[in-house]
Design a protein around this ligand. Structure first.
Ligand code: MN
Length: 717
């Protein structure tokens, strides 16, 4: 068992200028924080962080990483706060400890093993600083080494499974072969105890059988290389039980058939020597066909470089031989952790496109002047463009960066998206346009009456959300066009003294061969087929009246209000949603209570203006586009934008007075613009949410009663 002095000595061996007092302070701090807590093994808890720090020191990591390892469980498991750590050990350590604590928290999400690949990505994405990930791996390593002390068999299995599926592959991803092998083997022992036992005893037996077999082969290889005048370090090893087992499974072989359970490594000084040595080996021993792999000219995705070959060894058994430089070897064993021990020397570059992060890592290393700076700059970029969030049940949803709760909802299911009215992120209600962060737990609040809003289209980032919203809006828009078209036609029929029935419309359906009746209604609503077109078909004998004369608006330019005598005749705009088949004109901001008129825009439905809007002059020559429309009588629940122009004194408190008055009248300011200002007055334009003209005039009257407000008018451009 490691103690404090040994740890200090180890770190000192590679960091000669170590701030020993600080390291010892961290040891003492951790010891005191964990106090009398015990591990399941019965050891004092403090031994765990100390051992984790020991593993970090094997990777020759910097002091901040070592201290982080010592403190990694304090925030989660003791009374210590991040602020305490920051005060005593600085921001860098506090940030790292915070990172590790966050990882520890998400570790306990249920069901994450099922989504191992995503979970690995999440761990990486959340680590941000590679040192956080390394502490987490070292933590897991020590927990695996002490797994046998965990009493609950279910817990042991879960931890082993998790290690096999998540942490071992992660170690491999960042190129740490040695850690990967140990994690895998420790998990294997727990997950397949029988297989583990039998492989270990087979290995034992072989070891006794072939006494000093490994040594004899090593000597033989050494001799071969010496003959070829190559300076090399040769050693042999047995493969790990787990890798033997995996090979047996993969190749469907039994242990006896599996001959290459011994592997030999040849370490040389440079790349030319690698190929040199390979030549010597291949010309001395028979090579097994198709077994040669050149990972020097084509490195693995994680940057691994080596030559692999299988030959018939000196004693006629198949052996695997790996040839690499010392540097490649250290990098293969230690992965990214090895990089900062190479201040100079040749760096290898990875060509794999999908491993941009590693290239970036290496290019940072290339530019960094020293190992400290390297660590400083090594933010994990691997999954930078993704965020990973949880459903309340713990399922992981993988989204592009910038995704919002609406994207999340659609990623879960299109119905969840359609019915989304709000979202809770980590238990707090947030606006739907909020950008999600890694590890966020997102709960979508749904309502059966909710429909997607056109506004969502502007902020969603996933293709799925966008296309689902578009599709929904298109369907809904069509339904609106259909009901609007129906209303327009039925009114046109009424003016002709007829009721509109499907029978009456038969000739129309015949005339438009490719259209259903609904298509025709929709076209009328949309404005691509006019009322007159339909009337001409249904009543062909009727003499087409002068449309201007027919139009109730033929008196244009006179008192328009007089014309809308019969409000019964008007088409109700009830149920039409602004932005779909109907738009409210931005010039006059019509409000419930105003006399209104609709103008048909081909392909866009109708725009609603107030009857006295100046813009209507533009349509005076096309009366067929005018439609008599009315508000639904009980339309009091919806808010509409009313625009007012006010002149207020340029004195303190006058704007507050204006805002308070509006609020008191149960309205809300949605926009405010200062049109002009002088020494004495402000002229401002205010958009307020009102229920109708009555509501607006109440507010205007109230505003007029305030001394600092000079004049208030409803404003129409
Ligand atoms: Mn721990």
């Amino acid at each position: 068992m490691l103690d404090q002095d040994q740890l200090v000595e180890r770190v000192k061996s590679y960091l000669p200028n170590l701030d020993e007092a600080l390291l010892r302070k961290a040891c003492e701090f951790s010891k005191e924080a964990h106090g009398s807590q015990k591990r399941e093994s019965g050891d004092p808890y403090y031994q765990h962080p100390l051992e984790v720090a020991g593993i970090m020191s094997e990777m020759k990591l910097d002091l901040a990483s070592i201290i982080t390892a010592l403190l990694h469980d304090t925030v989660e498991d003791t009374d210590v706060s991040l602020a305490d750590i920051e005060k005593l050990f600085g921001t860098e350590v506090a940030k790292l400890v915070d990172g590790v604590t966050k990882l520890t928290k998400i570790e306990f999400q249920p069901d994450h093993i099922r989504q191992a690949e995503n979970f690995r990505k999440l761990l990486v994405a959340m680590s941000e600083d590679i040192r956080v990930l390394l502490v987490k791996l070292a933590d897991r390593m020590h927990n695996m080494r002490t797994l046998i002390y965990v009493k609950s068999p279910e817990k042991r299995l879960r931890i082993a499974h998790e290690t096999m599926e998540i942490y071992a592959p992660l170690a491999e991803r960042i190129g740490m072969q040695k850690i990967k092998n140990e994690l895998q083997d420790l998990s294997f022992r727990e997950l397949h105890p029988e297989a583990h036992k039998s492989i270990v005893s087979r290995l034992e037996y072989l070891r006794q059988e072939g006494t000093q077999l490994v040594e004899r082969i090593v000597e033989h290889i050494e001799h071969t290389l010496k003959e070829a005048d190559i300076k090399a370090y040769v050693y042999g090893r047995e493969k790990t039980p787990c890798s033997i087992w995996q090979k047996m499974e993969r190749k469907n072989m039994n242990f006896e058939q599996l001959s290459d359970i011994m592997a030999f490594r040849i370490l040389v000084d440079g790349i030319p020597e690698c190929y040199h040595a390979l030549g010597a080996i291949h010309s001395t021993y028979h090579m097994i066909p198709n077994s040669f792999k050149d990972f020097i000219s084509t490195p693995k995705d994680n940057g691994y470089k080596s030559l692999h070959t299988i030959v018939l060894g000196p004693e006629q058994q198949r052996i695997e031989v790996q040839i690499r430089t010392h540097e490649m070897h250290e990098i293969a064993e230690m992965g990214v952790a090895a990089h900062w021990s190479y201040k100079q020397g040749s760096l290898f570059l990875v060509d794999g496109k999908q491993y941009r992060w590693l290239r970036e890592l290496l290019s940072i290393l290339d530019q960094a002047s020293g190992p400290e700076e390297f660590l400083e700059n090594t933010k994990l970029e691997m999954y930078y463009e993704q965020v990973f969030c949880f459903t309340p049940k713990g399922n992981l949803i993988d989204l592009p960066r910038g995704a919002t709760p609406v994207d999340f909802a659609y990623a879960v299911h299109s119905n969840v998206g359609h019915q989304c009215v709000g979202a809770k992120v980590n238990g707090r209600i947030v606006p739907l346009r909020t950008q999600l962060q890694n590890g966020d737990q997102v709960e979508i609040i749904r309502s059966k009456t909710q429909v997607p809003s056109a506004a969502w289209e502007k902020f969603v980032v996933t293709g799925k959300a966008r296309s689902e919203i578009k599709r929904f809006l298109r369907t809904q828009q069509r339904e609106e066009y259909i009901s609007l078209g129906k209303a327009i036609l039925s009114k046109a029929f009424k003016q002709e003294g007829q009721d509109m029935t499907e029978k009456e419309l038969e000739p129309v359906v015949k005339a438009y061969k490719n259209k259903t009746l609904d298509d025709i209604y929709a076209s009328v609503g949309e404005g691509t087929i006019t009322r007159a077109d339909i009337i001409k078909i249904v009543f062909p004998d009727r003499k087409q009246a002068d449309p201007a004369k027919k139009s109730p608006f033929s008196f244009l330019g006179f008192n328009r209000n007089k014309v809308l005598k019969n409000e019964e005749d008007a088409i109700s705009i009830k149920g039409l949603i602004p932005g779909m088949a109907m738009h409210f004109a931005g010039c006059c901001h019509p409000l419930p209570g105003d006399r209104i008129v609709g103008i048909v825009h081909t392909g866009k439905g109708i725009t609603i203006h107030t009857i006295d809007c100046d813009m209507l002059e533009n349509y005076s020559s096309t009366p067929e586009r005018w439609i008599d429309v009315s508000w639904e009588k009980e339309n009091n629940d919806d808010f509409h934008t009313g625009r007012i122009k006010a002149i207020v004194s340029h004195e303190s408190g006058s704007l507050a007075m204006l805002a308070n008055t509006i609020a008191k009248d149960m309205s809300n300011i949605s926009n405010l613009k200062i049109v002009s200002r002088s020494t004495d007055f402000f002229e401002i334009m205010v958009d307020i949410d009102v229920r109708g003209t009555k509501h607006l005039s109440t507010i205007i009257t109230d505003l007029r009663s305030k001394p600092c407000i000079h004049s208030v008018e409803r404003y129409k451009s």
